[in-house]
Design a protein around this ligand. Structure first.
Ligand SMILES: *Cc1c(COP(=O)(O)O)cnc(C)c1O
Length: 364
């Protein structure tokens, strides 16, 4: 039986990517298409618990066609980044929060819970072996993707008795192709992301699967992203497909929808609230309706709006469109408060500013 102190077997990739090829991709990696030489892997089976922890060559998996995840989508994931810090080292941002959320997602999906120390250790070991994969592009980072899925070979409907936990790393530049200063969003009237009692607060692939058709609708209307309204009343703003949303008002206060069980509890969301409050700003976690949004944008009471999440950090929202028409946020570009608190967060993540909340987890 394995526990969080178990050691990882290290199997170096016998055929790593060559130095010249690696340097070429690291100069412009984009988002999510380039991967490092290794992956972390831990198995779980009922009775045996967590076992077989290893760092091994990144390669295709062998799955039985009856593997449970392929049929009933019992799968969860996380996303966090390793940054280069001002002192030349590397650090992760609040990995303990990701470890905790991963366990909470596992609970909701009736999956085995990975001990938090094991989650963090798997990432430390993997980043250590693939540290030469850090992108050379300005603003680059290592995007770390832990995930877990059901792999019992059984077509009956029940929680799986076996799981595979893996971590892969993608060196990344910016998230949005356009590198646009502000994104446009489409308010979905036809689809919702999460219903009360559902899986909205869990980071599971299924939530994304059901959001794709709405994202496609947004693209069809020339928008970058979709924003969802609540499932019960179709009235309250919830979040984007993979990012939380904030509103900034004329009086300097901020507002974000409350964590009601249908919204993913973003670590960026939580960090920005803490930073804004430490600046003396008022931050409300209160419902905000789409009607109010339109009214406040028209009256000038609402001055800025932004989305946030690990992948894109803070992204200003410049335009909001729906079947009834569209409106601009402020001047349609990034707002001052948005850019100021974004910078505050980035400075802490990169070790440029002090870290009063103990968020930065040094590596290596
Ligand atoms: C991951 C995610 C977020 C952002 O969470 P962070 O912890 O800030 O990266 C927001 N919404 C959804 C649906 C997500 O999956």
């Amino acid at each position: 039986m394995a526990d969080s102190r178990q050691s990882f077997v290290i199997e170096r990739n016998p055929e790593p990517v060559g130095v010249a090829d690696r340097a070429k991709v690291l100069a412009d990696p984009g988002f999510g298409r380039v991967f490092t030489d290794h992956m972390a892997l831990i198995r779980y089976s009922e009775g045996k618990g967590w076992h077989d922890a290893r760092i091994t060559a990144r390669k295709p998996l062998m799955l039985d066609p009856a593997s449970a995840v392929l049929h009933y989508a019992q799968e969860i994931f996380e996303g966090l980044k390793a940054y280069k810090t001002a002192d030349g080292g590397m650090a992760m941002f609040r990995p303990d929060a990701n470890a905790r959320r991963f366990r909470q997602s596992a609970q909701r999906l009736a999956m085995a819970e990975l001990p938090e120390e094991l989650f963090i250790e798997s990432i430390r070991q993997l980043v250590a072996i693939d540290k030469d994969w850090f992108p050379t592009v300005e603003g680059g980072s290592l995007y770390i993707r832990p995930f877990m899925f059901a792999n019992e070979v059984f077509l009956g409907v029940k929680p799986s008795s076996e799981y595979l936990y893996l971590v892969i790393i993608s060196p990344v530049g910016g998230y949005f192709k356009s590198g646009a200063p502000a994104v446009s969003i489409w308010v979905s009237q036809n689809y919702t992301r999460a219903a009360p009692g559902g899986t909205g607060a869990a980071k599971c692939g299924g939530n994304y699967a059901s959001s794709l058709v709405a994202q496609a609708e947004a693209s069809k209307h020339g928008c970058d992203q979709v924003v969802f309204l609540d499932a019960a009343e179709h009235k309250w703003v919830e979040e984007l497909g993979g990012m939380n949303v904030f509103f900034v008002f004329e009086d300097g206060s901020l507002q974000t929808p409350p964590l009601s069980g249908t919204i993913l509890p973003g670590i960026t969301r939580d960090s920005l609230m803490t930073l804004a409050r430490s600046e003396g700003l008022t931050v409300r976690e209160e419902p905000y309706s789409f009607d109010q949004w339109k009214r406040d944008a028209a009256s000038g009471k609402l001055t800025e709006c932004f989305a946030c999440g690990t992948a894109a950090v803070v992204t200003p929202i410049g335009k909001v469109a729906s079947p009834e028409g569209e409106f601009k946020m402020g001047a349609g570009g990034p707002g001052q408060t948005t850019m100021r608190i974004k910078q505050k967060l980035v400075d802490i993540q990169r070790g440029v500013a002090p870290d009063p909340h103990g968020w930065v987890h040094k590596l290596g």
